[in-house]
Design a protein. Structure first.
Ligand code: ADP
Ligand code: MG
Length: 298
């Protein structure tokens, strides 16, 4: 196991930004860390990278405790922060040398990394002369200089044009072949293009943790129901084949079933048997995009 989070919680003042998140990532996996703005992605990633401490919980990178021994763990982690902080006045090669010296990395490594991220023709330029896509490459280069096992990339493609987007995604895929990658994004297509697994979070909690393949081919049905009465969870749990449920507003529920059979008539019967009325009922088109919207809408 390359990366393992156990019950990570982060409270800022009175706000729970991350609420008992647990997951693990195996070596060679690229996991899409998906969620709307404010879901807690960056907070979780900063905790993994050892930049902030969680209120509770444990993070292990290659078995090493990030919270107790951050320096030791950071040797194994490459972190690209959300707003890739670069020294804009520095030349690309100079910046990477500077980074290499901080982390006591062999200077010969720099040429290798410059080549790997496709920066050969830009290495003599100042960072502020580079396009956003190339700046991201510099950020990635800095993150992989010390050849870390685990890469934590916080929205690496935000703000890129379509061509740059494709190039950076290819680069991440390439890096992911022999590293463990956790990649945050709020773009669904990105996950479909790059990732093996989806980890969807909302309001600091994991909602889905599944291989992409399973998510696409599952027999899951998502049905939105409005009853005329506010029901208890206990009651909803009695529905046959129910996998998960979410009470979005007072009388509205998003129900997920696993069944070959169309669950809508079953819900109707269930309502009738219990003296309830159904005010609305919709089946959601089961693609990643709609799943994301439904599960993360407040
Ligand atoms: P995401 O990266 O998914 O957009 P963040 O982890 O940045 O989400 O934020 C999660 C929540 O925590 C948000 O509501 C945000 O406003 C809050 N938050 C993040 N950083 C801080 C901080 N330093 N102080 C207080 N609240 C914060
Ligand atoms: Mg963020």
């Amino acid at each position: 196991m390359s990366l393992k989070l156990t019950s990570i919680t982060k409270i800022y003042g009175t706000q729970k930004a991350v609420n008992t998140i647990s997951f693990s990532v195996e070596k060679g996996e690229i996991v899409g860390f998906l969620g709307p703005n404010g879901a807690g992605k960056s907070t979780t990633m900063k905790i993994i990278a050892g930049y902030i401490k969680p209120t509770e919980g444990e993070v292990l990178v290659d078995g090493i405790d990030v919270i107790k021994t951050p320096k030791e763990a950071q040797k194994r982690i490459g972190y690209l922060p959300e707003h890739n902080p670069l020294y804009l006045d520095m030349y690309v090669r100079e910046y990477l040398k500077f980074q290499a010296s901080i982390y006591k990395i062999d200077l010969t490594k720099i040429a290798e990394v410059i080549d790997k991220v496709g920066l050969i023709n830009e290495a003599h330029k100042k960072i502020n002369q580079l396009s956003k896509g190339y700046r991201q490459r510099v950020g990635l280069a800095a993150a992989i200089l010390h050849d870390p096992e685990v890469l934590i990339l916080d929205e690496p493609t935000t703000g890129l044009d379509p061509n740059q987007l494709v190039e950076i995604r290819e680069l991440i895929k390439e890096l992911g072949k022999n590293k463990t990658v956790l990649l945050s994004t709020h773009i669904m297509q990105e996950v479909e293009a790059v990732c093996d697994r989806v980890l969807l979070i909302n309001k600091g909690e994991v909602i889905i943790d599944k291989p992409l393949k399973e998510l696409k081919t599952s027999k899951e049905q998502i049905i939105k129901v409005t009853f005329d009465y506010k029901l208890e969870e206990q009651f909803i749990k009695r529905l046959p084949n129910i996998l998960s449920f979410k009470n979005t507003t007072e009388n509205n529920w998003i129900l997920t079933f696993e069944s070959e059979q169309d669950m809508r008539p079953v819900i109707f019967d269930f309502a009738q048997e219990n003296g309830l009325k159904i005010l609305g009922l919709n089946t959601e088109n089961k693609n990643l995009e709609s799943l994301f919207h439904e599960l993360t809408k407040s």
